[in-house]
Design a protein around this ligand. Structure first.
Ligand SMILES: [Mg+2]
Length: 217
């Protein structure tokens, strides 16, 4: 079971599918996040410095270069996700690539985002050509994947930009096929070396055939 009771409830609402399972993160995998977020910051006199792979400490006031505290960064993210339909665009090739995989696999989108933003994200993903079930979670992704897979041994693949999400899934579903995809490539240089067993894909053109092969589609 997901450690997040609301995520567990959302999973329980899904039909029990026995096809191969493909679980997709949203930000940086299906939707652009960093590029629109940087535009959002700029509109408020702020800038992201890209000195490390984290937001807090790297968002500064343009005039003073003073970094924002954690609470202010959380407020900014909340504002961004509330207004995501005005800012976020689809990742290149994502909609077509996922549609190509969807015929023979169960596709589920799993976003680490406060549950209160689920309805807005749902509307935005529908508008951009991602009609698959959307789950929100405020806890680790691994246990949610295990619950999604269910009692069967069906093949599972998971795509995310953030290493600790991939590791969480590896720890919970040992035979999951793991893919690291990051739409904003400039961030990749800030990532630590990818843990063992995680396949790096530079874009959807590269990711789609690897996922299809992993799931036996
Ligand atoms: Mg992400």
């Amino acid at each position: 079971m997901s450690e997040d009771p609301e995520t567990a409830r959302q999973i329980a609402e899904l039909a029990r599918d026995t096809r191969p399972l493909l679980v997709l993160d949203v930000d940086e995998v299906l939707l652009e996040f960093m590029v629109p977020f940087m535009r959002f910051l700029d509109a408020q006199g702020l800038v992201f410095l890209a000195k490390s792979f984290r937001l807090t400490g790297n968002i500064v006031e343009q005039k003073t270069q003073i970094p924002l505290e954690q609470a202010a960064v959380s407020d900014l993210l909340d504002g961004f996700f509330h207004a995501q339909r005005e800012w976020q665009t689809p990742a290149m090739g994502a909609a077509d690539a996922v549609a190509g995989l969807a015929g023979n696999a169960e596709i589920v989108m799993l976003t680490a985002m406060p549950h209160r933003h689920r309805d807005i994200r749902r509307m935005h993903l529908d508008a951009l050509g991602f009609p698959y079930p959307l789950l929100t979670t405020e806890a680790a992704k691994g246990p949610a994947l295990r619950q999604l897979r269910g009692e069967t041994r069906r093949p599972v693949a998971f795509v995310d930009d953030i290493p600790h999400n991939l590791v969480s899934v590896r720890d919970a579903v040992a035979d999951a096929h793991l893919f690291n995809l990051m739409s904003y490539r400039e961030m990749r240089r800030l990532l630590p070396p990818m843990p063992e067993g995680i396949v790096i894909a530079n874009d959807w053109a590269e990711a789609a055939p690897k996922i299809a092969a992993a799931l036996g589609l």
